[in-house]
Design a protein around this ligand. Structure first.
Ligand code: SAM
Length: 283
């Protein structure tokens, strides 16, 4: 079977092991090698890179990555794929598959600082996975992910735009998102009901803002978007147990209007707010 292409070998292995894709795990697979090679080109992965792949599925992307990266760790939650992955990846000495839930696994134990992430994610865990990669990872160089088109637009939105949200703010704090290519439903097996977009987030060498206390800044970011109908002052009161006077005072010290909404404040303002909060006796 080794003279067959990896895509065909994956099909044979899936059939041999009677594998049925699970809708609940977002199992819409990409089997076309030329598309997958193109996605690897877009991901920026080179022979020097360690790669963390999330959700390898039957492993066609994993196989191609093993040929184009220094090393690959693939994290797959579905143990039923074990015989398929071990068959397809036989002889790929630089590649290991870990069966674990990427939302629970210790990412720093799976990848070294500077590694690149490549993933065709189940769409219902997109936001959780991206946040986790940014906040709990070892410090990735880039994160290239297939997401639903609307999610890509949200993630790459800017302050002041309608889609600007907590995830977009967290992404912009760590890196710059690039929308790379739209992928039609027919590229996947089985086809999903939505259009997909391949997106890459390149981490900054230097962050655009430098709050004095990063953990506090990240709490302020979360608070700013917690309840969109409320003012930033009210969201701060709820998140940091402040009284009305203290919330007004901290906004004043940060140079922000008393009635402003969190989503209207750019990262610079939220960093000033976090610094002002850090100086208050109650924080
Ligand atoms: N990368 C493969 C491809 O492109 O053909 C598979 C992509 S499929 C959209 C998503 C994969 O993620 C599935 O194999 C699924 O079992 C796996 N998965 C789902 N939830 C996961 C989780 N929490 N942690 C790790 N893998 C997960």
């Amino acid at each position: 079977m080794n003279d067959l292409s990896p895509g065909l070998r994956a099909r044979v292995l899936l059939q041999k092991h009677g594998f049925q894709a699970a809708h609940a795990l977002g199992q819409n697979f990409l089997m076309d090698e030329s598309l997958l090679s193109h996605l690897i080109d877009l991901s920026g992965v080179t022979m020097e890179d360690g790669v963390l792949e999330i959700g390898p599925g039957p492993g066609v992307m994993t196989y191609l990555l093993s040929r184009r990266a220094h090393s690959v760790t693939a994290v797959e939650v579905d143990k039923r794929l074990e015989p398929v992955l071990s068959g397809l990846l036989e002889g790929c000495e630089n590649t290991r598959v870990v069966f674990a839930d990427a939302l629970k696994a210790d990412l720093s134990a799976l990848a070294a600082p500077g590694a690149r992430v490549v993933a065709n994610l189940p769409y219902y865990i997109t936001a959780d996975v991206i946040s986790r990669l940014l906040l709990r990872g070892p410090g990735f160089a880039s994160i290239a992910v297939m997401v639903q088109k609307e999610a890509a637009e949200r993630i790459s939105s800017l302050p002041g735009q309608k889609q600007w949200c907590h995830l977009a703010a967290v992404v912009r704090y760590f890196g710059e998102p690039h929308i790379l290519e739209e992928i039609p439903p027919e590229a996947f097996e089985p086809s999903p009901h939505v259009t997909s977009t391949f997106l890459r987030i390149d981490m900054y060498e230097e962050r655009p803002v430098r709050p004095r206390d990063e953990a506090l800044f990240l709490r302020v970011l979360a608070a700013a978007f917690a309840m969109r109908r409320k003012t930033l002052a009210n969201n701060l009161r709820a998140a940091f147990s402040l009284d009305a006077d203290a919330a007004r005072e901290v906004l004043l010290r940060a140079g922000l209007p008393a009635q402003v909404r969190g989503e209207a404040v750019p990262l610079e303002g939220l960093a000033r707010l976090s610094d002002a909060l850090g100086e208050m006796p109650f924080s």
